[in-house]
Ligand binder design. Sequence first.
Ligand code: AVJ
Length: 327
Amino acid sequence: MRLRPVRFHDDRPSPVTMQEEVLLGLASRPKRIAPKFFYDERGSRLFDAICELPEYYLTRTEMGILESCAREMAWLAGADCTLIELGSGASKKIRLLLETLRPRHYLGIDISLEFLRESVQRLAHDYPWLEVHAACADFAQDFDLPDPAGSGRRLVFFPGSTIGNFDPPEALAFLQRVRRLVQPDGALVIGVDLKKNPAVLHAAYNDAQGITAAFNLNLLERLRTELGAELEPGNFRHHAFYNAPRGRIEMHLVSRRAQEIRVLGRRFRFDAGESIHTESSYKYSVAEFHALARRAGLQPRQVWLDAAHLFSVHYLNVISRSRPRAA
Ligand code: AVJ
């Protein structure tokens, strides 16, 4: 394959940040480690495998929605926009939109460096007319955007219900940051998983092949290889359940026995059955998500659902509170 230049910006969180965050999380009660740490190279590949699972309806359903709403989305967005994808991963979903949207620039942002490099390189090869940029960054934190020169109206694409990983206050802060990023005339296209029968949710996070369990447990492998942690992954098990009052799936790594692990010279005690909370995946009704968006200064412009109402894709505009120019 011929290589076209991809402009690459490395704004990766330093390993110190991961060390600090992990130590802080293990020292807190209940113990927790943020889900963004799932995505080393193996974790990203396992996540890709999850997306193919029969029980994991999210990816398939969202892709179906994107296919059927692409034309209307292109009409809303207008031509020649700068398309910014957050958590671009394998960049498969964006392919459903590129030919129809025809953006001038594409900027992919992801926390997994190796994965990002590969996927944007393929994108640049497959779409010769597109100017491709990539930035390795943690968009859960405040981050600077490399500004593609001569860029047009910004359209942020945030698929996959990744917003579900944020607790409500973080979700609000995140949406406010996106609003600042795309103002005055840009928009956000965001995929959000819907509230539904808990049995369907339970199956999606407890697949029969155990891929989700491997994905969760891979975090412990990462602690071993990257932080030199002394622990036995076999002493933990995957646990995922729907917490109905809070409207979220929770994933945990549950200690099978009373034990002690060592990370970076520190010891952490576990009771039998005690867990590390590794992920929350919030589910929203359309009305709940609209209320959240409005609070962040984003105006619901359109929402697309699949026929079974499993998943939603929202198009949100910036609410202009004052007129930017004189009449
Ligand atoms: C990428 C955060 C949307 O919450 O469904 C999949 C991650 N965790 N299976 C989700 C995940 C377990 C996924 N998100």
